[in-house]
Design a protein around this ligand. Sequence first.
Ligand SMILES: [Zn+2]
Length: 106
Amino acid sequence: MRIKGQKKQTEQKLTHGAMWFECQECGKRWRMWLEKGVEDKRFRRIYPEKHKLVPLSIDCQCGGSAEHVDWDKDLVLKSYKPILPHMNHFGYSDNEDYAMTVIKRL
Ligand SMILES: [Zn+2]
């Protein structure tokens, strides 16, 4: 049963996994969560034309650029989980070919 005033399910961002990123300048490394529809194999099977990729590199707070590392350590969740406010992630964007980088804290 839906509780009145509860946020609609569609407003809740969901994640299906994460990737490690490492800055090529300062060596900092952190996890980037992937929103549903971003690098999402299950989603791509159903909506191939809506599927988004992550950028090859993203900005680090030091001004350097960070890249996806440790591909074998990618996190894969069995089911979609909510993206919490503090989680760095790649957000799904309808109008872009690539996902949006959302950095909350490093
Ligand atoms: Zn850096």
